[in-house]
Write a protein that binds this ligand. Sequence first.
Ligand code: 5GP
Length: 141
Amino acid sequence: MTVYDPNNIFAKILRDEIPSHRVYEDDAVVVFMDVMPQGQGHTLVVPKAPSRNLLDADAATLGPLFQTVQKVARAVKRAFAADGVTIMQFNEPASGQTVYHLHVHVIPRFEGVPLKPHTGQMEKPEVLAENASKIRAALAG
Ligand code: 5GP
């Protein structure tokens, strides 16, 4: 049985119970930096509505979620002068999901630079803060 656990780490971030490097927030979504980035500027777009993943999500959640994914993808491409952007989203452990609140990965990509491992090394807080500020600026401009 796969049920939504309201104490998962992203639910705690959404409630501001644990810190994150936030990039953007509106009524439907919160965007923050992934602490173990697979590439420079790896960002997570997280709907406020609770669901484990795409499989149990309310369809009404997906429009606003993917509108923000597109905005963030454009912003990170500009912020880091990236060559491309990878969008990833995992559903259940067999797929690689490790945090059970729906989220979409937005990762700037550079020609010839492979992705680092999923949930690999923690990034320094000052680097995450600087990258968050670059993306905020790109979103604003
Ligand atoms: P999943 O494997 O569920 O698709 O992705 C979960 C992502 O959340 C991973 O990329 C991982 O690096 C990231 N992550 C795990 N714990 C934290 C945390 O406490 N804060 C942030 N900002 N990201 C986290």
